[in-house]
Design a protein around this ligand. Structure first.
Ligand code: SF4
Length: 490
């Protein structure tokens, strides 16, 4: 260990405007930062002991700043790294400025700076994946070298004018086979951190730990940024997953596993992944799409997943209306969505689902009808999200090029016009962003979303009670009686 340089990886709490630290959905380690840590230790074994991981929710806002200052203080160069998200970019900016005041060098990465690299206060930003940058930066040469892959640098001239130079495009080609070993430095996660799953993934309060073995998604939905952020879908070998899982189990007190792959069930060796999970005896949850859950093979996968400890699957169904699904760029229709839910349900795997409202042609009547269709499915829970224009998504490109119009009529000329701006676009969901619905204003969409969430809470409770009582019974055998009972309560 040398004190020429120390690295502080800061997992900032995800606290969107209007929310409070500690009260947001989930609290999990940053796999992205843990991969960077592993890449640094692999590139320069002498860095072991000079890389530390800080968790803002665990330490508190001021406590986290102070812990980083105390850690980096004795080193000749203190390097702070953190991840930026559009909804919480203002918080990353505040943290970076506080660290720069102490003379530390700040590097930012993540989805926000990848799309808006010149918006950051950091000294340099990494566009796309950061492992290649770490492999180039370490062993540390004593200064921040130019020409690091994916890195963009803030230059300040003698008059204080700022400009940016360096990488123009994000790096997205790092295949899972090129990740460091172990993929994630779980050994750096301090033991006292209390992680928690979001409601849709919570397994009876068990301490969750996340893992991922692929990058990207086989689909390219029009509202999603997975492709822009991760590039083409690529999966890791089961051997790597097994090694990473062993590392996770050795260094954390995980009581449940959360897979963060966009579509775990499409992994070509998913049955081997299930075998590995079965041997751990731990319950787990994952994301997948409706596509791999069709027909006999879908039924088989659902059953094998359940036997391997899968308790709940999150399906981004997004709609039960074929026109709306097509508009969203989903590669599944309403029948496929229903079949995927039923196959999981029949295998005794709970289903969390998501629904997007606020498409250009949505009306209250269309949405109410679709909500009724959703609530006729055996779901554990259903998230309601108002369509937002994520940077890098197909929808954002259409809005920027004038092929889609925001409902507020605002002139959109560049990606910067879509940066969160509550004064321009209002502070309701999606915070500081325009909506695209021609027939419902942002206020009306929020009112509908509140109504829908109330209805979901009211109707999914009896649904879940009945599902528990009828374990193993085909849903269609008791569906009519159940829906009649629910409609009487409406
Ligand atoms: S299936 Fe999910 S992760 Fe994949 S592109 Fe669509 S929304 Fe994104």
């Amino acid at each position: 260990m040398s004190d020429d340089i120390r690295v502080a990886l800061v997992n900032q709490a995800f606290v969107p405007p209007g929310m409070v630290i500690g009260e947001t959905g989930a609290h999990l380690p940053s796999l992205g930062l843990l991969m960077l840590a592993s890449a640094i230790e692999e590139a320069d074994a002498g860095m072991k002991g000079s890389v530390a991981y800080f968790d803002e929710e665990h330490l508190g806002i001021d406590g986290c700043k102070q812990a980083v200052i105390d850690w980096l203080g004795p080193a000749k160069t203190g390097l702070v790294m953190l991840t930026t998200y559009t909804m919480t970019h203002h918080r990353q900016e505040m943290f970076i400025r506080a660290m720069q005041a102490h003379g530390f060098l700040c590097l930012a990465g993540g989805p926000h700076v990848t799309m808006h690299p010149n918006e950051s206060s950091a000294d340099a930003v990494v566009l796309g994946e950061g492992v290649s940058a770490m492999r180039s930066l370490f062993p540390w040469p004593g200064f921040l070298p130019r020409g690091v892959p994916g890195m963009r640098y803030k230059e300040v001239d003698r008059l204080g004018n700022e400009s940016w130079t360096g990488a123009e495009r994000p790096l997205r080609q790092l295949l899972p086979s090129m990740w460091p070993s172990p993929s994630f430095a779980y050994h750096l996660v301090p033991s006292g951190i209390v992680h928690r799953a979001s409601r849709k993934r919570d397994l009876g309060g068990r301490a969750p730990m996340s893992i991922v073995l692929s990058k990207g998604c086989p689909s390219a939905c029009h509202f999603c940024t997975s492709g822009a952020q991760n590039g083409p879908w690529a999966v890791g070998h089961v051997e790597r997953f097994q090694m990473d899982l062993e590392h996770l189990l050795k260094h954390t007190k995980a009581e449940a596993i959360e897979f963060h792959d966009d579509d775990l069930f499409s992994h070509p060796d998913v049955e081997k992944v299930f075998d590995v999970m079965k041997n751990t005896g731990l319950p787990w949850t994952c994301y997948t799409r409706a596509n791999p859950l069709q027909g006999d093979s879908g039924r088989r996968l659902a059953r094998l997943a359940r036997e391997a400890g899968c308790k709940r699957v999150f399906l981004g169904l997004e709609s039960m209306n074929n026109d709306r699904l097509e508009m969203l760029g989903k590669k599944a229709n309403a029948c496929m969505n229903r079949e995927a839910v039923l196959n999981l349900h029949h295998a005794d795997v709970e289903v969390s689902a998501a629904w997007i409202i606020g498409l250009p042609e949505d009306t209250p009547a269309i949405l109410e009808e679709e909500l009724t269709t959703f609530l006729g499915l055996p779901l554990y829970c259903l998230d309601v999200n108002i369509l937002n224009i994520n940077p890098g998504s197909v929808f954002s490109k259409k809005v920027i090029t004038g092929r889609m119009q925001p409902s507020c009529g605002s002139e959109i000329e560049s990606a910067e016009d879509l940066l969160p701006d509550p004064e321009r676009y209002g502070d309701q969901e999606p915070w500081g962003q325009p909506t695209l619905c021609a027939h419902m204003s942002k206020v009306e969409l929020n009112t509908f979303a509140e109504h829908a969430r109330r209805r979901i809470n009211r109707e999914l409770l009896p649904m879940n009670n009945k599902l528990r009582q009828h374990k193993g019974v085909p849903f269609d055998d008791f569906r009519s009686a159940l829906l009649e009972e629910i409609s009487e309560r409406r």
